[in-house]
Design a protein around this ligand. Structure first.
Ligand code: FPP
Length: 235
């Protein structure tokens, strides 16, 4: 764990990250895109450690969107292989650091060899209580919403749909890489998320960057459609 972070935030918020910019990071160095994804996997390892240190309760990261199937076959294959390697190398560390790992998204289209790795990781890390790390793989928020709404006996109200999605509301949504959009990520859960966009390319994202995003989050006033605290207390 990185002990250089000067302060720890008090409560376990749900932060979500769209990890963008791997390709550009590699391009700027004259490297193949896969080198950017490898550096991105390393950035994820560092960020998980920083999230534990900085008191985040749940961290959901966008590792592979359902639209990413449209990328060249070689890149998709390399990403799936990287995910499998990452699980193998990080599972022990997650167990030791109290990080519970689960997956969201479809599983029926994933490579056959990835499924046992996912299941083993979920069951071995299940006791982890310091951080819940959720990896979104073959994930589409729209598809998840449709799937939940179409379930037999589904009830059409907010609480029931939230329950069916099995995902807490997002407090802070971070997107790296300079783009400012949600890209079909946690659309329902982000209804009142604070949005934080940074030009930092994902492989360069550091504990300090996370700390800065959290500092900005805690400095914002969340009103959820109400009035600023000072106005409402005056009546
Ligand atoms: C976006 O960068 C990133 C992805 C599509 C995949 C995210 C994958 C990782 C962070 C690494 C692997 C993850 C795990 C869990 C092992 P991009 O390729 O769209 O970058 P660009 O916008 O610069 O082209």
């Amino acid at each position: 764990m990185n002990r250089s972070v000067p302060y720890t935030f008090p409560c376990g918020i749900h932060a979500a990250i769209i990890m963008d910019g791997n390709g550009r990071w590699a391009l700027r160095r004259g490297l193949p895109r896969l080198a950017g994804h490898r550096a991105g996997a390393e950035a994820l390892r560092r960020t998980v450690e920083a999230a534990v240190d900085q008191g985040i309760g749940t961290l959901t990261v966008y590792a592979f969107s359902s639209d990413n199937w449209n990328r060249p076959k070689e890149e998709v294959g390399a990403l799936m292989q990287l995910l499998r390697t990452w699980l193998r190398s990080e599972m022990r560390r997650c167990v030791d650091n109290g990080v519970r790992v689960t997956f969201i998204g479809r599983r029926d289209r994933l490579p056959r060899l990835l499924l046992p790795a996912i299941e083993e990781c979920e069951s071995r890390t299940a006791p982890g209580a310091r951080l819940h790390l959720r990896l979104a793989v073959d994930y589409s928020a729209r598809d998840q919403l449709l799937e939940a709404a179409r379930r037999p006996g589904a009830t059409a109200n907010r609480a029931a749909l939230s329950h069916a999605l099995g995902s807490p509301d997002v407090d802070l949504l971070i997107r790296t890489g300079g783009e400012q959009r949600l890209s079909d990520f946690l659309l329902w859960e982000c209804a009142y998320a604070e949005l934080y966009f940074t030009p930092r390319l994902w492989p360069d994202f550091s504990a300090e960057d996370l700390s800065q995003a959290l500092a900005e989050f805690y400095a914002r006033e969340r009103r959820f459609g109400g009035l600023p605290a000072v106005v409402s207390s005056r009546g």
